[in-house]
Design a protein around this ligand. Structure first.
Ligand SMILES: NC(=O)c1ccc[n+]([C@@H]2O[C@H](COP(=O)([O-])OP(=O)(O)OC[C@H]3O[C@@H](n4cnc5c(N)ncnc54)[C@H](OP(=O)(O)O)[C@@H]3O)[C@@H](O)[C@H]2O)c1
Length: 293
């Protein structure tokens, strides 16, 4: 009997998680490694790879650099994965967890196109490139593709780059489920409500810098709305869910024999999901009313 059948866990299976320097990615990588998966935890900076390595988890394999916006990073990462799978005697890669992302806060009128491009690269172009590199290994393991995403497809003001990527990722994932059906490779969404990570503080810092750099006559048009939004978010931040809950949900989606198309986890994730049942015009009106306070 194989080790994985004995323990009913991840042993004998390898997964790759992107964006493991902090937050959801890090919590997921550590959780899965503790559950016996071999985890390729990708990060952009050597210091983050060193931090992960210092945890001395035998099934955690930090890989760097993988910046999803840098085409040259993919081939060396693939080579490292193939090498490590060979050493560990594991046939193929069981899953990719597309987690990395860091969209800026800005009204679309003032959104820096370079920031928008970075988010598109991290959330869409990079994951497609990664998938293209890794699909032969995923096929070998009859694996799965997971997408960490926002709780529902909604037009949320001032974070359009994040939510626009979610709409597009939704399309990519659903199309992949059809195109890869002959090999029984599903795409699975883990839709997250408010999760307690470093992202809100990073966003606040980034917004402060942006406010100072935007032309004052345009920035002033949004100052009051952004102040209201920041205050509302501060109250929301206090209720965020521990990223460990996301890690457990990812683990469930990986271990389930018949995984669902969508898993939901985190503060307000179910309420937000309910919005998807309404016509778009109704959702837009709800979001408009909410933005007026
Ligand atoms: N927190 C929430 O409430 C929440 C809710 C729903 C969905 N999400 C989604 O969950 C994901 C993780 O967010 P988080 O809250 O855990 O934030 P986080 O702690 O800030 O982690 C973001 C991770 O993405 C990495 N990253 C950003 N751009 C990248 C790129 N171009 N290439 C490779 N890695 C990149 C970051 O690396 P560096 O450290 O090198 O910057 C970091 O490891 C994001 O996609 C986010 O949209 C979060």
């Amino acid at each position: 009997m194989r080790r994985s059948e004995l323990r009913g866990d991840g042993a004998g299976r390898a997964v790759l998680v992107t964006g493991c320097s902090s937050g959801i990615g890090k919590a997921t990588a550590l959780h899965l490694a503790r559950r016996g998966f071999t985890v390729f935890a990708t990060v952009r900076k050597p210091v983050d790879a060193q931090t992960l390595a210092s945890l001395s988890l035998p099934d955690l394999v930090p890989l760097e650099p993988l910046d999803l916006s840098v085409p040259g990073h993919f081939a060396p990462i693939l080579a490292r994965i193939e090498e490590e799978l060979e050493v560990r005697g594991i046939a193929g890669l069981y899953a990719i967890v597309n987690n990395a992302g860091a969209g800026p806060v800005a009204p679309i009128e003032l959104l820096d196109p370079a920031d928008l491009r970075r988010e598109l690269e991290a959330r869409l172009v990079g994951p497609v490139r990664l998938l293209q590199a890794l699909l032969p290994l995923i096929r070998k393991a009859t694996g799965r593709i997971l997408w960490i995403a926002t709780p529902s497809l909604m037009p949320i003001p001032y974070v359009a780059s994040i939510h626009a990527c979610d709409f597009a990722a939704n399309c990519l994932a659903r199309t992949l489920s059809i195109e890869l059906a002959p090999w029984r490779i599903p795409s699975i969404f883990v839709r997250c409500g408010g999760i307690r990570t470093a992202a809100p503080q990073k966003n606040n810092r980034q917004l402060e810098q942006a406010l100072a750099s935007w032309p004052p006559e345009r920035a002033s048009l949004y100052a009051e709305a952004l102040r209201r939004e920041t205050a509302a978010l501060a109250a929301f931040d206090a209720k965020r869910t521990d990223p460990e809950r996301v890690a457990e949900t990812v683990c469930k989606a990986l271990l389930s024999r018949r995984p669902r198309r969508v898993y939901r986890v985190g503060h307000l994730s179910r309420l937000a999901a309910a919005l998807e049942l309404f016509p778009q015009a109704v959702v837009d009106r709800i979001m408009l009313r909410r933005s007026r306070g």
